[in-house]
Design a protein around this ligand. Structure first.
Ligand SMILES: Cc1cc2nc3c(=O)[nH]c(=O)nc-3n(C[C@H](O)[C@H](O)[C@H](O)COP(=O)(O)OP(=O)(O)OC[C@H]3O[C@@H](n4cnc5c(N)ncnc54)[C@H](O)[C@@H]3O)c2cc1C
Length: 481
Protein backbone atom coordinates (compact mmCIF):
# COMPACT_ATOMS: atom_id res chain seq x y z
CA UNK A 1 0.00 0.00 0.00
CA UNK A 2 1.32 3.47 -0.88
CA UNK A 3 1.65 6.16 1.77
CA UNK A 4 0.14 9.61 1.36
CA UNK A 5 3.17 11.00 -0.53
CA UNK A 6 3.04 8.14 -3.02
CA UNK A 7 6.13 6.48 -1.55
CA UNK A 8 6.11 2.76 -0.97
CA UNK A 9 5.87 1.70 2.68
CA UNK A 10 9.27 0.73 4.13
CA UNK A 11 9.96 -2.97 3.58
CA UNK A 12 9.15 -4.86 6.74
CA UNK A 13 12.74 -6.19 7.18
CA UNK A 14 13.87 -2.59 7.78
CA UNK A 15 11.51 -1.96 10.65
CA UNK A 16 11.49 -5.56 11.86
CA UNK A 17 12.46 -5.94 15.48
CA UNK A 18 12.27 -2.20 16.17
CA UNK A 19 9.96 -0.84 18.84
CA UNK A 20 6.69 0.34 17.29
CA UNK A 21 7.57 3.97 18.05
CA UNK A 22 10.88 3.68 16.12
CA UNK A 23 9.36 1.92 13.15
CA UNK A 24 6.53 4.42 12.82
CA UNK A 25 9.07 7.26 13.12
CA UNK A 26 11.14 5.78 10.31
CA UNK A 27 8.09 5.41 8.11
CA UNK A 28 7.14 9.01 8.80
CA UNK A 29 10.64 10.26 7.99
CA UNK A 30 10.69 8.26 4.79
CA UNK A 31 7.37 9.72 3.78
CA UNK A 32 8.49 13.24 4.66
CA UNK A 33 11.93 13.16 2.99
CA UNK A 34 11.54 10.76 0.11
CA UNK A 35 14.08 8.24 -1.10
CA UNK A 36 16.87 10.81 -1.61
CA UNK A 37 16.42 12.11 1.88
CA UNK A 38 16.03 8.87 3.80
CA UNK A 39 18.39 5.89 3.97
CA UNK A 40 17.28 3.03 6.23
CA UNK A 41 19.82 1.61 8.68
CA UNK A 42 20.41 -1.60 6.73
CA UNK A 43 21.43 0.36 3.60
CA UNK A 44 23.61 2.99 5.26
CA UNK A 45 26.95 3.39 3.48
CA UNK A 46 30.21 3.01 5.36
CA UNK A 47 31.09 6.71 4.98
CA UNK A 48 28.40 7.69 7.48
CA UNK A 49 29.88 5.37 10.07
CA UNK A 50 33.55 6.33 10.23
CA UNK A 51 35.90 9.29 10.51
CA UNK A 52 39.16 10.20 8.76
CA UNK A 53 41.19 8.46 11.44
CA UNK A 54 39.38 5.17 10.82
CA UNK A 55 37.33 5.31 14.04
CA UNK A 56 33.98 3.64 13.55
CA UNK A 57 30.60 4.37 15.09
CA UNK A 58 27.67 1.97 15.47
CA UNK A 59 24.87 1.27 13.02
CA UNK A 60 22.22 4.00 13.17
CA UNK A 61 18.50 3.52 12.75
CA UNK A 62 18.67 5.55 9.55
CA UNK A 63 20.37 8.46 7.81
CA UNK A 64 18.22 11.47 6.97
CA UNK A 65 19.40 13.98 4.37
CA UNK A 66 16.97 16.90 4.25
CA UNK A 67 17.03 19.19 1.22
CA UNK A 68 16.30 22.41 3.11
CA UNK A 69 15.60 23.99 6.49
CA UNK A 70 11.87 23.25 6.32
CA UNK A 71 12.47 19.53 5.79
CA UNK A 72 15.15 19.45 8.47
CA UNK A 73 12.88 21.20 10.95
CA UNK A 74 9.98 18.83 10.22
CA UNK A 75 12.26 15.78 10.58
CA UNK A 76 13.68 16.99 13.89
CA UNK A 77 10.22 17.76 15.23
CA UNK A 78 9.24 14.12 14.54
CA UNK A 79 12.38 12.76 16.22
CA UNK A 80 11.75 15.05 19.18
CA UNK A 81 8.17 13.88 19.52
CA UNK A 82 9.37 10.26 19.43
CA UNK A 83 12.30 10.98 21.81
CA UNK A 84 14.73 9.35 19.36
CA UNK A 85 18.31 10.67 19.50
CA UNK A 86 19.87 12.36 16.48
CA UNK A 87 23.53 12.94 15.62
CA UNK A 88 24.35 15.70 13.15
CA UNK A 89 27.00 15.16 10.49
CA UNK A 90 28.76 17.65 8.24
CA UNK A 91 31.90 16.47 6.45
CA UNK A 92 32.82 13.97 9.23
CA UNK A 93 36.33 15.40 9.54
CA UNK A 94 35.82 16.13 13.25
CA UNK A 95 38.52 14.68 15.46
CA UNK A 96 36.56 14.23 18.71
CA UNK A 97 34.23 11.36 17.63
CA UNK A 98 31.20 13.63 18.09
CA UNK A 99 29.80 12.95 14.61
CA UNK A 100 29.96 9.15 14.75
CA UNK A 101 26.58 7.47 15.27
CA UNK A 102 25.70 5.30 18.25
CA UNK A 103 23.23 2.44 18.08
CA UNK A 104 19.65 3.70 18.17
CA UNK A 105 20.49 7.14 16.79
CA UNK A 106 19.40 8.75 13.55
CA UNK A 107 22.14 10.41 11.51
CA UNK A 108 21.17 13.89 10.31
CA UNK A 109 23.42 14.67 7.34
CA UNK A 110 23.64 18.21 5.94
CA UNK A 111 25.22 17.04 2.68
CA UNK A 112 22.27 18.03 0.47
CA UNK A 113 22.09 21.50 2.03
CA UNK A 114 25.17 22.71 0.16
CA UNK A 115 24.07 25.88 -1.62
CA UNK A 116 26.07 29.10 -1.58
CA UNK A 117 22.99 31.29 -1.63
CA UNK A 118 24.42 34.79 -1.91
CA UNK A 119 27.73 36.59 -2.11
CA UNK A 120 27.58 40.29 -1.27
CA UNK A 121 30.84 41.71 -2.59
CA UNK A 122 30.24 45.20 -1.19
CA UNK A 123 29.44 44.01 2.31
CA UNK A 124 32.07 41.26 2.20
CA UNK A 125 29.61 38.59 3.27
CA UNK A 126 28.30 35.26 1.99
CA UNK A 127 25.09 33.47 2.92
CA UNK A 128 25.57 29.71 2.81
CA UNK A 129 23.79 26.55 3.82
CA UNK A 130 25.31 24.50 6.62
CA UNK A 131 26.45 21.67 4.34
CA UNK A 132 28.63 23.83 2.06
CA UNK A 133 32.14 22.39 1.89
CA UNK A 134 34.75 24.88 3.13
CA UNK A 135 36.90 24.66 0.00
CA UNK A 136 33.86 25.18 -2.26
CA UNK A 137 33.24 28.54 -0.58
CA UNK A 138 36.95 29.45 -0.71
CA UNK A 139 37.05 28.62 -4.44
CA UNK A 140 33.83 30.42 -5.28
CA UNK A 141 34.79 33.76 -3.74
CA UNK A 142 38.39 33.86 -4.95
CA UNK A 143 37.63 34.95 -8.57
CA UNK A 144 35.66 37.85 -7.04
CA UNK A 145 38.82 39.08 -5.34
CA UNK A 146 37.58 37.86 -1.97
CA UNK A 147 38.74 35.33 0.58
CA UNK A 148 36.97 33.29 3.24
CA UNK A 149 39.92 33.11 5.60
CA UNK A 150 39.07 30.00 7.60
CA UNK A 151 41.49 27.32 6.43
CA UNK A 152 42.44 23.88 7.70
CA UNK A 153 43.71 20.54 6.45
CA UNK A 154 40.21 19.07 6.18
CA UNK A 155 39.08 21.88 3.83
CA UNK A 156 38.10 19.52 0.98
CA UNK A 157 35.46 17.72 3.09
CA UNK A 158 34.57 19.74 6.18
CA UNK A 159 31.45 21.93 6.05
CA UNK A 160 30.73 25.46 7.16
CA UNK A 161 28.09 24.09 9.57
CA UNK A 162 30.68 21.74 11.07
CA UNK A 163 33.26 24.52 11.23
CA UNK A 164 30.80 26.71 13.11
CA UNK A 165 29.63 23.89 15.38
CA UNK A 166 33.24 23.18 16.36
CA UNK A 167 34.36 26.85 16.27
CA UNK A 168 37.19 25.68 14.03
CA UNK A 169 40.52 27.49 14.13
CA UNK A 170 43.15 26.43 11.63
CA UNK A 171 45.99 28.13 9.86
CA UNK A 172 45.04 31.81 9.86
CA UNK A 173 43.66 32.40 13.35
CA UNK A 174 46.59 34.69 14.05
CA UNK A 175 45.16 37.31 11.72
CA UNK A 176 41.48 36.50 11.17
CA UNK A 177 40.42 34.69 14.35
CA UNK A 178 38.47 31.46 14.87
CA UNK A 179 35.20 30.58 13.10
CA UNK A 180 33.32 32.58 15.77
CA UNK A 181 34.93 35.80 14.54
CA UNK A 182 33.76 35.09 11.00
CA UNK A 183 30.07 34.48 11.71
CA UNK A 184 27.73 37.44 11.27
CA UNK A 185 24.36 35.69 11.22
CA UNK A 186 23.05 32.21 11.86
CA UNK A 187 19.98 30.11 11.26
CA UNK A 188 19.64 27.26 13.71
CA UNK A 189 17.04 24.53 14.14
CA UNK A 190 16.38 23.51 17.72
CA UNK A 191 15.69 19.96 18.86
CA UNK A 192 11.90 20.38 18.65
CA UNK A 193 12.09 21.76 15.10
CA UNK A 194 11.86 25.46 16.05
CA UNK A 195 13.74 27.58 13.50
CA UNK A 196 15.78 30.38 15.10
CA UNK A 197 16.36 32.86 12.30
CA UNK A 198 19.19 35.26 13.10
CA UNK A 199 20.44 35.35 9.54
CA UNK A 200 20.90 39.10 9.40
CA UNK A 201 23.89 40.41 7.44
CA UNK A 202 24.58 43.04 10.11
CA UNK A 203 28.03 43.46 11.61
CA UNK A 204 26.56 45.56 14.39
CA UNK A 205 23.43 44.32 16.13
CA UNK A 206 23.41 44.94 19.88
CA UNK A 207 19.81 43.96 20.55
CA UNK A 208 19.73 41.88 23.67
CA UNK A 209 21.45 38.53 24.09
CA UNK A 210 23.45 37.45 21.04
CA UNK A 211 21.89 34.01 20.79
CA UNK A 212 23.95 32.79 17.84
CA UNK A 213 27.02 32.66 20.07
CA UNK A 214 25.41 29.78 22.00
CA UNK A 215 25.55 27.57 18.94
CA UNK A 216 29.07 28.41 17.78
CA UNK A 217 31.45 25.85 19.25
CA UNK A 218 28.77 23.92 21.13
CA UNK A 219 29.32 20.89 18.88
CA UNK A 220 25.71 20.44 17.84
CA UNK A 221 24.35 19.69 21.31
CA UNK A 222 22.09 22.78 21.38
CA UNK A 223 20.90 23.02 17.77
CA UNK A 224 21.64 22.33 14.12
CA UNK A 225 23.34 25.07 12.08
CA UNK A 226 21.37 25.20 8.83
CA UNK A 227 22.48 28.52 7.29
CA UNK A 228 25.03 31.19 8.07
CA UNK A 229 26.15 34.63 6.98
CA UNK A 230 29.95 34.67 7.10
CA UNK A 231 32.55 37.37 6.59
CA UNK A 232 34.72 37.63 3.50
CA UNK A 233 37.90 39.66 3.23
CA UNK A 234 39.81 41.15 0.29
CA UNK A 235 41.96 38.47 -1.29
CA UNK A 236 45.56 39.38 -0.53
CA UNK A 237 47.47 40.17 -3.71
CA UNK A 238 50.23 37.90 -2.65
CA UNK A 239 51.35 35.33 -0.12
CA UNK A 240 54.89 34.74 0.95
CA UNK A 241 55.83 31.56 2.73
CA UNK A 242 59.13 30.69 4.36
CA UNK A 243 60.40 27.71 6.31
CA UNK A 244 62.91 28.45 9.06
CA UNK A 245 65.10 26.10 11.05
CA UNK A 246 65.47 27.23 14.66
CA UNK A 247 67.87 25.92 17.29
CA UNK A 248 65.85 26.20 20.53
CA UNK A 249 62.51 27.25 21.98
CA UNK A 250 63.74 30.61 23.24
CA UNK A 251 64.69 31.44 19.65
CA UNK A 252 61.23 30.30 18.43
CA UNK A 253 59.59 32.76 20.83
CA UNK A 254 62.02 35.52 19.87
CA UNK A 255 61.33 34.83 16.17
CA UNK A 256 57.58 35.22 16.75
CA UNK A 257 58.13 38.55 18.56
CA UNK A 258 60.48 39.70 15.79
CA UNK A 259 58.10 38.79 12.94
CA UNK A 260 55.11 40.36 14.70
CA UNK A 261 57.06 43.58 15.09
CA UNK A 262 58.35 43.53 11.50
CA UNK A 263 55.26 42.31 9.66
CA UNK A 264 52.44 43.36 12.00
CA UNK A 265 49.05 42.44 10.46
CA UNK A 266 50.67 40.83 7.40
CA UNK A 267 51.77 37.80 9.46
CA UNK A 268 49.09 35.17 8.82
CA UNK A 269 50.64 31.92 10.03
CA UNK A 270 53.35 30.81 12.44
CA UNK A 271 53.27 27.02 12.50
CA UNK A 272 55.89 25.28 14.60
CA UNK A 273 57.05 21.71 14.05
CA UNK A 274 59.19 20.07 16.70
CA UNK A 275 61.90 17.78 15.30
CA UNK A 276 59.82 14.82 16.50
CA UNK A 277 57.27 15.88 13.87
CA UNK A 278 59.33 17.46 11.09
CA UNK A 279 61.96 14.73 10.83
CA UNK A 280 59.22 12.14 10.36
CA UNK A 281 56.97 14.26 8.09
CA UNK A 282 59.67 14.88 5.48
CA UNK A 283 60.18 11.14 5.04
CA UNK A 284 56.63 11.07 3.60
CA UNK A 285 57.30 13.73 0.95
CA UNK A 286 58.93 11.36 -1.53
CA UNK A 287 61.54 14.01 -2.37
CA UNK A 288 64.32 15.85 -0.54
CA UNK A 289 63.22 17.88 2.48
CA UNK A 290 63.08 21.69 1.96
CA UNK A 291 65.51 21.97 4.90
CA UNK A 292 67.38 18.90 6.03
CA UNK A 293 66.17 17.39 9.31
CA UNK A 294 68.33 17.70 12.40
CA UNK A 295 67.22 21.07 13.81
CA UNK A 296 65.26 21.31 17.05
CA UNK A 297 62.41 23.28 15.41
CA UNK A 298 61.10 24.18 11.98
CA UNK A 299 58.76 27.15 11.67
CA UNK A 300 56.46 27.70 8.72
CA UNK A 301 55.85 31.42 8.35
CA UNK A 302 53.20 32.88 6.07
CA UNK A 303 52.62 36.56 5.35
CA UNK A 304 50.07 38.05 3.01
CA UNK A 305 49.33 41.56 1.86
CA UNK A 306 47.88 43.75 -0.83
CA UNK A 307 51.17 45.02 -2.29
CA UNK A 308 53.11 42.01 -3.56
CA UNK A 309 56.46 43.78 -4.03
CA UNK A 310 56.32 45.48 -0.64
CA UNK A 311 55.33 42.23 1.05
CA UNK A 312 58.21 40.28 -0.49
CA UNK A 313 60.66 43.01 0.47
CA UNK A 314 59.33 43.15 4.06
CA UNK A 315 59.48 39.39 4.52
CA UNK A 316 63.00 39.19 3.10
CA UNK A 317 64.13 42.01 5.38
CA UNK A 318 62.50 40.42 8.41
CA UNK A 319 64.10 37.03 7.67
CA UNK A 320 67.47 38.64 7.03
CA UNK A 321 67.21 40.36 10.41
CA UNK A 322 66.29 37.05 12.08
CA UNK A 323 69.33 35.36 10.49
CA UNK A 324 71.60 38.20 11.60
CA UNK A 325 70.32 38.03 15.17
CA UNK A 326 70.90 34.27 15.21
CA UNK A 327 67.19 33.51 15.69
CA UNK A 328 67.14 31.38 12.57
CA UNK A 329 69.79 28.81 11.63
CA UNK A 330 68.59 28.27 8.06
CA UNK A 331 65.66 29.44 5.94
CA UNK A 332 64.04 28.84 2.56
CA UNK A 333 61.67 31.26 0.89
CA UNK A 334 59.08 29.91 -1.56
CA UNK A 335 59.29 31.63 -4.94
CA UNK A 336 56.19 30.28 -6.66
CA UNK A 337 52.74 28.95 -5.91
CA UNK A 338 54.09 25.41 -6.31
CA UNK A 339 56.86 26.05 -3.78
CA UNK A 340 54.35 27.57 -1.34
CA UNK A 341 52.21 24.45 -1.67
CA UNK A 342 55.26 22.27 -1.11
CA UNK A 343 56.19 24.02 2.13
CA UNK A 344 52.61 23.82 3.40
CA UNK A 345 52.54 20.13 2.45
CA UNK A 346 54.98 19.35 5.26
CA UNK A 347 52.58 20.88 7.78
CA UNK A 348 49.45 19.43 6.12
CA UNK A 349 50.84 15.90 6.49
CA UNK A 350 49.85 16.02 10.16
CA UNK A 351 47.50 13.04 10.16
CA UNK A 352 49.78 10.84 8.03
CA UNK A 353 52.80 11.75 10.14
CA UNK A 354 51.00 11.04 13.41
CA UNK A 355 50.05 7.64 11.99
CA UNK A 356 53.74 6.74 11.74
CA UNK A 357 53.60 6.40 15.51
CA UNK A 358 50.47 4.23 15.51
CA UNK A 359 48.86 3.37 17.84
CA UNK A 360 48.67 6.90 19.17
CA UNK A 361 46.76 8.90 21.74
CA UNK A 362 46.07 12.31 20.10
CA UNK A 363 45.85 15.65 21.91
CA UNK A 364 44.87 19.18 20.87
CA UNK A 365 45.67 21.45 23.80
CA UNK A 366 46.26 25.13 24.60
CA UNK A 367 48.82 26.47 27.02
CA UNK A 368 50.35 29.93 27.26
CA UNK A 369 53.43 30.18 25.01
CA UNK A 370 55.57 31.26 27.95
CA UNK A 371 54.86 27.94 29.72
CA UNK A 372 54.98 25.59 26.73
CA UNK A 373 58.49 24.29 27.24
CA UNK A 374 57.86 23.45 30.89
CA UNK A 375 54.52 21.94 29.94
CA UNK A 376 56.05 19.61 27.35
CA UNK A 377 58.78 18.53 29.76
CA UNK A 378 56.09 17.54 32.28
CA UNK A 379 54.04 15.77 29.61
CA UNK A 380 57.10 13.77 28.54
CA UNK A 381 57.82 12.78 32.14
CA UNK A 382 54.18 11.92 32.89
CA UNK A 383 53.78 9.73 29.79
CA UNK A 384 57.14 8.01 30.33
CA UNK A 385 55.93 7.19 33.83
CA UNK A 386 52.99 5.35 32.25
CA UNK A 387 55.37 3.38 30.02
CA UNK A 388 58.98 4.27 29.13
CA UNK A 389 58.24 3.38 25.49
CA UNK A 390 55.77 6.29 25.14
CA UNK A 391 57.12 8.54 22.41
CA UNK A 392 55.90 12.07 21.75
CA UNK A 393 55.36 13.96 18.48
CA UNK A 394 54.59 17.70 18.67
CA UNK A 395 53.48 20.43 16.23
CA UNK A 396 51.01 23.25 16.35
CA UNK A 397 49.65 26.71 15.74
CA UNK A 398 52.09 28.10 18.26
CA UNK A 399 51.16 31.77 17.95
CA UNK A 400 47.66 30.78 19.15
CA UNK A 401 49.09 28.81 22.09
CA UNK A 402 47.79 25.63 20.43
CA UNK A 403 49.79 22.41 20.47
CA UNK A 404 48.92 19.13 18.79
CA UNK A 405 50.54 16.11 20.43
CA UNK A 406 50.52 12.47 19.42
CA UNK A 407 51.72 10.07 22.08
CA UNK A 408 52.78 6.64 20.89
CA UNK A 409 51.07 3.98 22.92
CA UNK A 410 52.92 0.66 23.35
CA UNK A 411 50.83 -1.70 21.17
CA UNK A 412 51.14 -4.61 23.60
CA UNK A 413 49.51 -2.50 26.34
CA UNK A 414 46.19 -1.16 24.96
CA UNK A 415 45.06 -0.40 28.49
CA UNK A 416 47.59 2.45 28.63
CA UNK A 417 45.33 4.64 26.39
CA UNK A 418 43.32 5.85 29.39
CA UNK A 419 46.42 6.25 31.56
CA UNK A 420 48.15 8.37 28.89
CA UNK A 421 45.06 10.57 28.51
CA UNK A 422 44.76 11.01 32.26
CA UNK A 423 48.48 11.82 32.56
CA UNK A 424 48.46 14.48 29.82
CA UNK A 425 45.17 16.08 30.85
CA UNK A 426 46.39 16.16 34.43
CA UNK A 427 49.36 18.25 33.30
CA UNK A 428 47.05 20.47 31.19
CA UNK A 429 44.91 21.07 34.29
CA UNK A 430 47.95 21.98 36.41
CA UNK A 431 49.05 24.48 33.75
CA UNK A 432 45.50 25.92 33.58
CA UNK A 433 45.42 25.12 29.87
CA UNK A 434 42.60 23.85 27.65
CA UNK A 435 42.13 20.15 26.89
CA UNK A 436 40.73 21.15 23.51
CA UNK A 437 42.03 24.18 21.67
CA UNK A 438 40.19 23.47 18.42
CA UNK A 439 38.71 20.02 17.94
CA UNK A 440 36.11 20.06 20.71
CA UNK A 441 35.14 17.59 23.40
CA UNK A 442 32.81 15.30 21.45
CA UNK A 443 32.73 11.77 22.73
CA UNK A 444 36.47 11.50 23.14
CA UNK A 445 37.20 13.95 25.95
CA UNK A 446 33.97 14.03 27.97
CA UNK A 447 35.55 12.54 31.06
CA UNK A 448 38.16 15.28 31.17
CA UNK A 449 35.95 18.34 30.68
CA UNK A 450 36.48 19.24 34.34
CA UNK A 451 40.24 19.64 33.72
CA UNK A 452 39.41 22.84 31.82
CA UNK A 453 35.98 23.89 33.10
CA UNK A 454 34.79 24.64 36.61
CA UNK A 455 31.77 22.87 38.20
CA UNK A 456 29.79 26.11 37.85
CA UNK A 457 30.58 26.32 34.14
CA UNK A 458 29.61 22.70 33.53
CA UNK A 459 26.37 23.19 35.50
CA UNK A 460 25.55 26.20 33.29
CA UNK A 461 26.19 24.12 30.15
CA UNK A 462 23.78 21.47 31.45
CA UNK A 463 21.15 24.12 32.23
CA UNK A 464 21.36 25.43 28.66
CA UNK A 465 21.18 21.92 27.24
CA UNK A 466 18.10 21.09 29.32
CA UNK A 467 16.38 24.34 28.30
CA UNK A 468 17.02 24.02 24.56
CA UNK A 469 16.83 20.25 24.21
CA UNK A 470 14.65 18.99 27.08
CA UNK A 471 14.36 15.45 25.69
CA UNK A 472 18.10 15.28 25.13
CA UNK A 473 17.92 14.13 21.53
CA UNK A 474 20.66 16.23 19.91
CA UNK A 475 24.17 14.73 19.95
CA UNK A 476 23.31 12.89 23.16
CA UNK A 477 26.23 12.18 25.49
CA UNK A 478 28.59 14.36 23.50
CA UNK A 479 30.49 16.96 25.60
CA UNK A 480 28.91 15.54 28.78
CA UNK A 481 26.84 12.53 29.79
C1 LIG B 1 43.26 16.90 8.14
C2 LIG B 1 42.46 17.66 9.17
C3 LIG B 1 42.94 18.86 9.66
C4 LIG B 1 42.21 19.56 10.62
N1 LIG B 1 42.72 20.74 11.03
C5 LIG B 1 42.01 21.46 11.90
C6 LIG B 1 42.50 22.74 12.28
O1 LIG B 1 43.58 23.17 11.88
N2 LIG B 1 41.72 23.46 13.12
C7 LIG B 1 40.53 23.01 13.60
O2 LIG B 1 39.86 23.72 14.34
N3 LIG B 1 40.08 21.79 13.27
C8 LIG B 1 40.77 21.01 12.44
N4 LIG B 1 40.30 19.79 12.08
C9 LIG B 1 39.07 19.29 12.74
C10 LIG B 1 37.83 20.16 12.52
O3 LIG B 1 37.05 20.24 13.69
C11 LIG B 1 36.96 19.73 11.45
O4 LIG B 1 37.74 19.46 10.31
C12 LIG B 1 35.78 20.63 11.03
O5 LIG B 1 35.65 21.88 11.65
C13 LIG B 1 34.51 19.87 11.27
O6 LIG B 1 33.65 20.05 10.18
P1 LIG B 1 32.83 18.82 9.60
O7 LIG B 1 31.84 19.39 8.65
O8 LIG B 1 33.70 17.77 9.08
O9 LIG B 1 32.07 18.33 10.91
P2 LIG B 1 31.78 16.85 11.42
O10 LIG B 1 33.02 16.11 11.59
O11 LIG B 1 30.75 16.22 10.56
O12 LIG B 1 31.15 17.17 12.84
C14 LIG B 1 31.92 17.69 13.87
C15 LIG B 1 30.99 18.04 15.05
O13 LIG B 1 30.13 19.12 14.68
C16 LIG B 1 28.75 18.69 14.69
N5 LIG B 1 28.13 19.27 13.49
C17 LIG B 1 28.51 19.10 12.21
N6 LIG B 1 27.75 19.85 11.40
C18 LIG B 1 26.86 20.49 12.18
C19 LIG B 1 25.80 21.41 11.94
N7 LIG B 1 25.48 21.82 10.71
N8 LIG B 1 25.09 21.86 13.00
C20 LIG B 1 25.39 21.46 14.27
N9 LIG B 1 26.37 20.59 14.55
C21 LIG B 1 27.09 20.12 13.53
C22 LIG B 1 28.80 17.17 14.68
O14 LIG B 1 27.67 16.62 15.30
C23 LIG B 1 30.07 16.90 15.45
O15 LIG B 1 29.83 16.97 16.83
C24 LIG B 1 40.99 19.04 11.13
C25 LIG B 1 40.52 17.83 10.64
C26 LIG B 1 41.24 17.14 9.68
C27 LIG B 1 40.70 15.84 9.17
Amino acid sequence: MALAGGLPRLPSHITEGLPLSDSSLLSALHEMLGSRGFVPGASVEERYLSDVLGNRGESPLAVVRPADTAQLSAALARCHAAGVPVVTQGGRTGLALGQLPRAGEIVLSLERMNAIEEIDVDAGMATVQGGVVLQALQDQVEPLGLMFPLDLGGRGSCTIGGNIATNAGGNRVLRYGMARELVVGLEVVLADGTVLDDLKPLLKNNTGIDLKQLFIGSEGVLGVVTRAVVRLFPLPADRTVALCAVRDFAAVRALLRHLRAQLAGDLTAFEVMWSSYYDRAVTLLGRPAPIAPGHAFHVLVEASGTDARLLAANVERALHGALEQGLVADAVLAKSGAEIAELWRVRDLAIETSRLLDPIVPFDVSVPIARMEAFLAEVAAATQAVDPRCDLLVFGHLADGNLHLAVHQPPDRPETFDAIEAAVYGVVGRFRGSISAEHGIGWLKREYLACSRSPAEIAMMRTLKAALDPRNILNRARIFE
